[in-house]
Design a protein around this ligand. Sequence first.
Ligand code: OAD
Length: 241
Amino acid sequence: MGQNSLAGLEPVVVLTGAGISSESGVPTFRGAEGMWENHRPEELATPSAFHKDPEKVWRFYAWRRQVIGACAPNAAHRLLAEMESEIDDFTLITQNIDGLHQAAGSQRVIELHGSLWRERCLREGKRWESREQESPSPLRLCPDCGSLARPDVVWFGEGLDHQVYRRALEAAGRARTMLVIGTSAVVEPAASLPLLAQRAGAKLIEINPEVTPLSAWVNERLAGPATRELASWWTGQLAGT
Ligand code: OAD
């Protein structure tokens, strides 16, 4: 299918949340099976928690690396990678830190909340990739200066990386079509990107089995799991319907 039939959708922006990875076996944050039901975020995912007990926080992230490292991208991740190669003006923004979009083949991913697979030196801010899960101590150190490292993720109470957020804002402001997949749309500032895009003229399509605060505003709601709903939406676009 040529790009011409898709050109009417462009620029396409996709915002994903934990729900897109749930069919890969990654726990979501909220809801009955959600991770925050079993862990208190303020004890694990805040700067003050890390300051108080970095070993405990690193143990939590080592556990998440173990759980997520055993998960594979699903058909929805793979289809988004395919869409990136079919659509000229395509931007994928994710709130997920799991790296499954990249594992599925997506090349350009705006990771709003950082990455589970990156670490950052607390002293100098240097970043590096790491898949380390177990070492004699759970604490991770900067390979250059030996200072304590932290997960390169955004914690509660922290702002987003300015450059990353600016790229997301710019993409949302230019979008003609925005797909919002698997997010409860309650965590700011990510939650505001779709409405901002809509105000600037984008058509909003939400894929989520549950109703969210965004649902009342979207132009189209596809109530179901991401793998199924994204595939049928994409088939419809290719067929020109
Ligand atoms: P949530 O756990 O808040 O929401 C997951 C959403 O996915 C819910 O609305 C579910 O209904 C939906 N969902 C579940 N299964 C699905 C499926 N198969 N297909 C499509 N949707 C499905 O996750 P997020 O919205 O991503 O931030 O959470 C936002 C942020 O809150 C996270 O990035 C994290 C957390 O605090 C930080 O850690 C900074």
